[in-house]
Design a protein around this ligand. Structure first.
Ligand code: NG6
Ligand code: CA
Length: 515
């Protein structure tokens, strides 16, 4: 693949001073890592020296938003450039969901592949696999997978560590498949005779649930969903970061002589948090702090590998998170009790799941030594939805008509050469309530949901039956609802949101509200 590519005519960057050489691109996508969870974003009680190093050599952004406050919709939008709320079936996916991005869709991986890159995906997937939900045969190659979405190579977890099946899938097949222990998965009924967290709590030797997560037991931890078999293919939670990282390091080595795109999606710091013992028990915040340290270690491994191979200078690394943080997300890891003054959201209101800023404002660091001038801080308003069109611009690639319909080219923002804010950013809460953020305002549309998450996590949702309007230039607290005093602003923002929903680019342009 790569060879054919070198000869392709699009490789004509010499004429364009902005692209002297195609960079390798690595997206490091953390899971549930909050705006305040890294040392360089003000975290307490945990050091993240490798991420600090990355930030020091690049740009640390302070006003970047994931498109959604949960994983599946956020990842869907980021990888396709289409808001997940446009597409049914993009809510938090079960471990046996059918593949949500369809093979005919144009993805970020397709984009890089068409530009001649080697492409690889590592770690958390959570966007479904196979043709149809619940009907996968995990003992055979899956009929559709990431190779249909532009990834040459993949080593992934089907969903999350708290959902079965608890095995890695390598290029569409269970890795280390154990023929003596055929795999069965169901999200409806248990398999006769199999223990669960609910019926056999004495078997939970690693972690116990605090809410939910009391179905099948793997590695002394009960999960969501039922699973039987797996044998030696079953993962051990304490080795997940090591496995993902080792495969990623190999991929870099293998592709050191050609441009590569790597989607490196960590399991950290999602629940169940059970890092390797070299991190466990080391942090005063307990397992959640240990998981942040493990995340930082993974980042360090990638940086070291790039240094070792002489690739650091021309590799663009983009580090961010899929949604905001949560402390108790269903396992008794004492994350809340042990915070010791640390604020995972960096004192933003809400958190994972919510319409408030804590749901979607996430860290973002971009480093590309060959091109980017380091900057300690950059507060330009941005959304992850634009990564795709921005990379298309960087690669001089036209995307097929109709693809990435919500993604705009903001490459100059990403590279720090343009400080023009995106005029508005759309954020999706867990119940699909939408918010519209401008640099100054945050508008949350009316919704009927409960003010607190109802199933366990202690998170304010930001749902209210009347419109909410917060002045984000005054502070970030989202405490004083100014909607009643500012009906005109509410009207204007509602109108923009309506036009975004209708994807009416012309009217948005006429309103001068296009991104
Ligand atoms: C919730 C899970 C939570 C987490 C979340 C998805 C329960 C009780 N809670 O339903 O633990 O898995 O889904 O998180 O099941 S995400 O980051 O992948 O979106
Ligand atoms: Ca997540």
């Amino acid at each position: 693949m790569a060879m054919a590519v070198c000869a392709m005519p699009f490789f004509a960057y010499a004429k364009d001073a902005k692209n002297t050489q195609r960079p390798n691109v690595i997206i490091i996508y953390a899971d549930d890592l909050g705006y305040g969870d890294l040392e360089c974003y003000g975290a307490k009680n945990v050091t993240t020296p490798n991420v600090n190093k990355l930030a020091k050599g690049g740009i640390r952004f302070t006003n970047v938003h994931a498109t959604a406050a949960t994983s599946t919709p956020s990842r869907y939008s980021m990888l396709t450039g289409e808001y997940a709320w446009r597409k049914p079936g993009t809510d938090v996916a079960a471990g046996n969901a059918g593949m949500i991005i369809r093979p005919e869709q144009y993805t970020m991986a397709d984009l890089f592949k068409n530009a001649g890159y080697a492409t690889g995906a590592f770690g958390k997937w959570h966007l479904g696999l196979g043709e149809k939900s619940g009907e996968q045969d995990w003992n055979a190659p899956l009929p559709v997978g990431l190779d249909d979405l532009g990834f040459d190579y993949s080593y992934i977890m089907a969903a999350t560590a708290d959902r079965v099946p608890c095995v890695f899938i390598e290029n569409g097949r269970v890795a280390n498949y154990d023929p003596t222990a055929p795999i069965e998965v169901s999200y409806k009924a248990n398999f006769p005779g199999e223990p669960t967290g609910r019926s056999n709590p004495e078997l939970l030797y690693n972690l116990k649930p605090s809410h939910g997560h009391d179905y099948s037991i793997v590695n002394g931890i009960s999960r969501i969903g039922y699973m039987k078999g797996g044998g030696k293919a079953l993962w051990k939670d304490e080795n997940i970061a090591d496995s993902i990282t080792a495969h990623a390091l190999t991929f870099i080595e293998q592709h050191k002589d050609e441009p590569f795109f790597m989607y490196f999606a960590t399991n950290d710091v999602h629940v169940p948090r059970f890092p390797h013992e070299r991190f466990r028990g080391k942090n005063k915040m307990g397992l959640r702090g240990d998981a942040i340290a493990q995340f930082d270690w993974s980042v360090g491994q990638l940086l070291d590998q790039l240094d070792r191979l002489g690739l650091s200078d021309n590799t663009l690394i983009l580090l961010s998170s899929d949604n905001g943080p949560v402390v108790d997300d269903g396992y008794d890891d004492r994350a809340k009790e042990l915070l010791n003054g640390h604020s995972p959201t960096g004192n933003l209101r809400g958190g994972k799941y919510s319409a408030f800023e804590g749901g979607t404002r996430v860290p973002m660091i971009v480093r590309w030594p060959a091109r980017i001038k380091p900057a300690a801080e950059n507060d330009v308003l941005m959304s992850q939805i634009d990564w795709m069109a921005s990379f298309a611009s960087m690669l001089d690639q036209n995307m097929p008509k109709g693809s990435a319909p919500d993604s705009y080219n903001r490459l100059s923002n990403l590279l720090g050469s343009d400080m023009t804010d995106r005029p508005w950013v759309v954020e999706q809460a867990a119940d699909k309530t939408l918010s519209l953020r401008t640099k100054k305002w945050k508008y949350i549309e009316p919704s009927e949901g409960s003010p607190m998450i109802t199933w366990g996590p202690e998170v304010e949702t930001g749902y209210l039956p009347s419109p909410q309007l917060y002045d984000m230039s005054a502070d970030n607290t989202e405490q004083a609802n100014l909607a009643e005093e500012n009906p005109r602003v509410v009207y204007d923002l509602e109108r923009v949101l309506r036009l975004v929903r209708a994807n009416n680019r012309q009217k948005l342009k006429a309103l001068n509200a296009k991104p």
